[in-house]
Design a protein around this ligand. Structure first.
Ligand SMILES: [Mg+2]
Length: 298
């Protein structure tokens, strides 16, 4: 890795953990004073950019001789600091949180199919006629006892595991995750009777996206406390303990939320085929993040 690379703020997000480890190993074992200085200089820039531990930077800058520099580095256990440093740099990546039900998996369509199989004599609501986020509320308006029938369908074993993927979801999520500056996490809320739901959500992600994504699953009833840049979710109003979540909510359009207006209204993604909107959203978020990095630097 060229020393100059460390001086360029915009290249930070492209520096992989392995690069840093390799770079530090080579330089810490070298006796060349110039190489040691390069390492110090590079580290100063990294810490400065992230507005991180300015005292540490001053300590390094005020040190006169390269040999002393090396000693001080070892004293403060630089090697153990480097993995942390790389994790700071990785946080410059765009973190996209993706909901499961209604965004990756076709909850509404699968519910209707199972409901009709289970209760063929009961009234039902076509997906296109669904409105409002909660199924049970709309069914209860037909007759109150349907509310419990709704619960009985999606609390049954196998319901969540058998959900079919939404068109384009898997391909797009993998594509996003393969980009150098984007990390995708799955962020999903289990139903309150979670006996089957929780396990099956993990199995579903493993089956369709692979084990690597299983390690990046966040199951929570409160998504406001999860950190990210974007949250792609079909729930119109996402509230919780954190009044100012770090993410921007992107409303994934589905029939139940297509007519819902909220204030302020979130930006929408009208399906995974809506690549123009997705690209626009990501690009605007990249610029926003870059401005934040520059502000930190200053
Ligand atoms: Mg959802």
């Amino acid at each position: 890795m060229s020393p100059d690379l460390l001086l360029q703020p915009m290249t930070l997000r492209t520096i992989a953990h392995s690069d840093i480890s390799e770079f530090s190993r080579k330089n810490l074992t070298s006796s060349a004073a110039t190489v040691q200085f390069t390492l110090i200089h590079g580290l100063f820039n990294l810490y400065s950019i992230m507005n991180f531990t300015r005292l540490f930077c001053k300590l390094l800058l005020n040190t006169a001789r390269p040999q002393t520099l090396c000693t001080r580095i070892q004293t403060i256990r630089l090697k153990s600091t480097l993995p942390h440093l790389s994790s700071v740099m990785m946080s410059t990546n765009l973190r996209i949180l993706v909901d499961m039900d209604g965004v990756l998996a076709d909850f509404e369509g699968h519910f209707l199919k199972r409901y009709q199989e289970k209760y063929p004599r009961e009234p039902y609501i076509n997906v296109a006629d669904r409105h409002g986020f909660y199924l049970n509320e709309q069914y209860a308006k037909i007759k109150p006892e349907l509310k419990d029938l709704v619960f009985s369908v999606y609390e049954e074993a196998g319901f969540f595991l058998d959900l079919p993927p939404i068109a384009g979801a898997l391909e797009t999520v993998k594509e996003l995750d393969n980009m150098n500056d984007i990390d995708v996490f799955i962020c999903t809320s289990p139903v309150q009777k979670y006996t089957h739901c929780v396990t099956e959500k993990f199995q579903w992600i493993d089956k369709y996206l692979g084990n690597d994504f299983v390690t990046r699953m966040v199951l929570t009833r409160d998504k406001t406390v999860v950190s990210g840049d974007l949250l792609i979710d079909d729930k119109p109003n996402i509230t919780g303990a954190e009044k100012n979540p770090s993410w921007e909510h992107i409303l994934f359009t589905t029939p139940p939320n297509s007519r819902i207006q909220s204030n302020p209204s979130p930006r929408r993604l009208n399906g995974w085929h809506d690549r123009d909107s997705l690209n626009r959203i990501i690009e605007s978020k990249r610029k926003e993040k870059f401005v934040k990095i520059i502000e930190c630097q200053n």
